[in-house]
Design a protein around this ligand. Sequence first.
Ligand code: ZN
Ligand code: ZN
Ligand code: ZN
Length: 137
Amino acid sequence: MEKAHKILEQKAVRITPMRQIILEYFLQNNGTFGLIELENTFPKSDRITIYRTLKTFEEKSILHGIKNGTGEVKYALCDEHCTPIHHIDKHPHFQCEQCKKITCINSLVIPEMELPKGYIQKEMTILIKGICPDCQE
Ligand SMILES: [Zn+2]
Ligand SMILES: [Zn+2]
Ligand SMILES: [Zn+2]
């Protein structure tokens, strides 16, 4: 619980049991999870509370959402340098076509792209599709 506690304090998020549980889960499993998966993992928890927790974490730059085009947003832990104002996770995401798992490719950095005049960038996502190492065996 130590680390979750520290992150919540660092990002100025009021600590609640639900927030601690969800964050702890992300820290321990180090993957990407969507609302449905979390609901199944914590069946006793209220779905709205889980949803709100994810939203709060996204606003406070603890998690970043990954849209894979299916409508279900997956979430992954942010870099510790992410702030609500500078909440850009500049790494591509990889989705495995077999196990459907989405992974943050933290070792790669999406280069800055200058948009034509008049366009304001809010977010940038790169989703690479292919086969993950686990599915190649
Ligand atoms: Zn972020
Ligand atoms: Zn896979
Ligand atoms: Zn990511």
